[in-house]
Design a protein around this ligand. Structure first.
Ligand code: DC
Length: 231
């Protein structure tokens, strides 16, 4: 069966990763969480006191960063490795969420990550979630999804998700963080978050995870069949 690229973009905390992960598992595709890549870069920059206003320092730091995903059989999910170290828990902390949009708005950071993401999806058979996958990383992706949800729902979901990782964060702090990231992610110069013209919009406010996954699998099936070489 011919493999396709599935691009899932949208605002923070709309359920992109949980959905993308399941869609990938059902199709036996690779799942790439591009937000985790920007988070890993942010973690490295913070740990190494990289001055974001110094392009040379940013460029040098990027050369020292190697990001990989490895499947953890116990959690049944991909985990993020930075220079050989598992940083999956560290990159989900609020101190990283507070800085990640600023770091990912830097043109050098974007071009470095986009290049790696294109390599990861070169062979297709991949579900990639992020902000600019359908618009910039894979503008010719066979299937593009744009996920949205209302602000209250997104905030509550993010709080629950953090609590499941033993982080109790005030709802107001979560809202402030989401608002700040929405603003930076949609207004940055380079590849801002926007809906691709040919994306299918899924509003997840009143939809369950299973329903979201089914919608995407249904759309994917039509593309996979469309892509079948004719006999
Ligand atoms: O998906 P996430 O919330 O973990 O992403 C963290 C941040 O990374 C997000 O606020 C903006 C940035 N990001 C990006 O600029 N481009 C992507 N393709 C993915 C994430």
């Amino acid at each position: 069966m011919k493999k396709i690229v599935i691009a899932i973009d949208g605002f923070s905390a709309c359920g992109k990763s949980s959905t993308a992960k399941r869609v990938a598992a059902k199709l036996n595709y690779a799942y790439i969480d591009t937000g985790a890549m920007y988070r890993a870069v942010t973690y490295y920059f913070l740990e190494n006191y990289i001055n974001l206003t110094n392009p040379k320092a940013v460029e040098d730091a990027l050369k020292k960063i190697h990001i990989e995903f490895h499947h953890n059989q116990r959690s049944e999910s991909n985990e993020t490795y930075l220079n050989g170290l598992n940083v999956e828990d560290e990159i989900r902390q609020m101190r990283i969420s507070d800085k990640v949009s600023e770091v990912s708005a830097l043109p050098q950071v974007r071009s470095c990550m986009v290049e790696q993401q294109r390599k990861m999806g070169r062979k297709k058979g991949v579900v990639m979630d992020g902000r600019d996958i359908g618009t910039a990383v894979f503008p010719s992706a066979e299937l593009k999804i744009f996920m949205t949800a209302d602000f209250e729902t997104r905030s509550a979901r993010r709080q629950k998700e953090l609590l499941e990782k033993d982080q109790l964060v005030d709802l107001e702090d979560i809202k402030k963080n989401l608002l700040k990231r929405d603003h930076i992610d949609t207004t940055r110069q380079e590849n801002p978050l926007r809906q691709a013209e040919d994306a299918h919009v899924i509003d997840t406010t009143h939809v369950t995870l299973d329903e979201q996954v089914d919608m995407i699998l249904h759309l994917a099936a039509t593309k996979i069949i469309d892509n079948e070489p004719s006999a």
